[in-house]
Write a protein that binds this ligand. Structure first.
Ligand SMILES: NC(=O)c1ccc[n+]([C@@H]2O[C@H](COP(=O)([O-])OP(=O)(O)OC[C@H]3O[C@@H](n4cnc5c(N)ncnc54)[C@H](OP(=O)(O)O)[C@@H]3O)[C@@H](O)[C@H]2O)c1
Length: 251
């Protein structure tokens, strides 16, 4: 029960890593506030968590919208009386390809969803954490943007995820004195909808990892759990790489 009686916002909770994290955090005693665009799916997952004896609420919407960032915090306040942390995890890859073919729309959608959303989340969440005397924020980055690892055609995605690490480090410094820890988990390839189900692509991406496989979403959720829990009480500003060795592989 490493999150006993804590209230944690989880975005991207309708699928993959976020859905696994929502279930795991609830098992660890947290009240979870679920965010993503698919309201029906969020309600289903919240229902499952409640049926297992946990506590969950939802606030559906686009993480790139400032009012959605506020709605998630307001839901935590209204349903659970405040918040202790967040796993800001929603993200998208966007159309992949060389930058010479990239549209303005692809660039701005990816930056808005992966990076601007993180700024909006932090701006909405930090005052609620200050009110509680501290807390923990975790953002989902990626090995892409730190090491790339040989993944082609991901310029906007890599830029958004590299920018996220800079944001996390800056937030960590600015808010350490108020008892707020801010970290990132950087997954390697993970078996979710984002990775797709094409066996050739999965084999290619798995082969890039020294461990020769993709992560299960639960393995990434456990890394986020550590960063959110008091076990990580002296960890802040850290990009925690959970990538099966991808970032240290020998080329
Ligand atoms: N899978 C990988 O190999 C991998 C590797 C490294 C990093 N990551 C990162 O891990 C995070 C989770 O991805 P995943 O692998 O779990 O993929 P996923 O299964 O596709 O889940 C993505 C989640 O983000 C939500 N989302 C996407 N755009 C959104 C938006 N504009 N507003 C609100 N929610 C939005 C989706 O929900 P809705 O569609 O319902 O909005 C969904 O819940 C992402 O940040 C991703 O970049 C993934």
């Amino acid at each position: 029960m490493r999150l006993k009686d804590k209230t944690i916002i989880v975005t991207g909770a309708s699928s993959g890593i976020g859905a696994a994290a929502a279930r795991l955090f609830a098992q660890e005693g947290a009240n979870v506030v679920l965010g993503a665009r698919r309201a029906d799916t969020l309600r289903e997952i919240a229902g499952e968590i409640e049926a297992s004896g946990g506590h969950a609420a939802c606030a559906a919407g686009d993480v790139g919208d400032p009012s959605v960032a506020s709605a998630l915090v307001d839901t935590a306040m209204a349903q659970f009386g405040g918040m202790n942390g967040a796993f800001n995890n929603a993200g998208m890859v966007g159309d992949m390809g060389p930058v010479t073919d990239m549209t303005d729309q692809t660039w701005s959608d990816v930056i808005q969803t992966n990076l601007t959303s993180a700024f909006l989340a932090a701006r909405a969440q930090i005052p609620a954490l200050v009110k509680r005397g501290g807390g923990a924020l975790v953002f989902t980055g990626s090995f892409v943007g730190v090491s790339n690892g040989g993944m082609p055609g991901m310029a906007a995605y890599a830029a958004s995820k590299a920018g996220l690490v800079g944001l996390v480090q800056s937030l960590a410094i600015d808010w350490a004195g108020q008892g707020i820890r801010v970290n990132a988990v950087l997954p390697g390839g993970t078996r979710t909808a984002m990775a797709g189900d094409d066996p050739d692509t999965i084999d290619f991406v798995a082969g890039l990892h020294p461990m020769k496989r993709l992560a299960n979403p639960e393995e990434i959720a456990r890394a986020a759990l550590f960063l959110l829990s008091d076990e990580a009480s002296f960890v802040t500003g850290a990009p925690l790489i959970a990538d099966g060795g991808m970032s240290v592989r020998m080329l």
